[in-house]
Design a protein around this ligand. Sequence first.
Ligand SMILES: [Zn+2]
Length: 275
Amino acid sequence: MKIDKNGIFIDDYNKNLERRCVDSSCQKKYSINEYLEGSEGDFYPPVNYIDGCSKSCLECWLGVSEFMDNDTQVENDVSYELGLEFPTEHGHWYDSHKFDEIGRGNLEVAYEKYIKDDCHLIVIPLSRVSVDRAIYLPCGLIVYPVGGLDFSDLEFNSEEDCELSSIQSLSSGVTIDSFTTQALLVLPIKLNWNSLLFKGHSEHMELIRTISEMFDAMFFNFLKYENCQLTYIPDEGLPNLLGQINSNPMMAGALFLKNGTRKAKLISGAATHTE
Ligand SMILES: [Zn+2]
């Protein structure tokens, strides 16, 4: 199987042969043809699925399989410090004179002081959480109801569209649409934006987990204690983990909004495994 100047060359037998993914926890049945029809671009660099298509399903090759151990995938190895830091100055939170605008989802107004303090914003879907208006929490956190934020004018960074991690996120099936059908948590965060763009997929997933744990410890455990009914079946009445997508709870996502701009970076994948 190879790519030459005329394109991909795979004979019909090999194209249509039913294969089983080599990943022991996946073992999905697939044929190369299925992926050629939907994702031909992934056979070429930088994904190079041509090298893996005879043994592995595309999802496992990309490291976005639900069954995949996130630590075993190939990464581009650009590592500069993410510098993740939660802001410490919250004395200005929140401006009660601007309730209306904040309630209507105007994040620029809501986070004006944090933005001046060099914070970016993270928007995270909440699963099995329902609110009927914007709920203010301490330290710059707001929970918005379904449809409470407008994402129509975001600019997704196009230069990095060919980054492997972006393709991996894309393959998880999580899109900005997933953010319009769930309650959303917004929080301010300090981090190195360029570093965020160039981090690999597994580091992005680790980041979602870190933020999720941080939020659980800060507020969510308390909110659950206050508001959720406990049942005999553990978890039945509790919200899902932070970032989980209703339509596919194996996947989680987070949307990063660049300080003071409409630039956005969506990261998503199978982040909900417990180690
Ligand atoms: Zn697989």
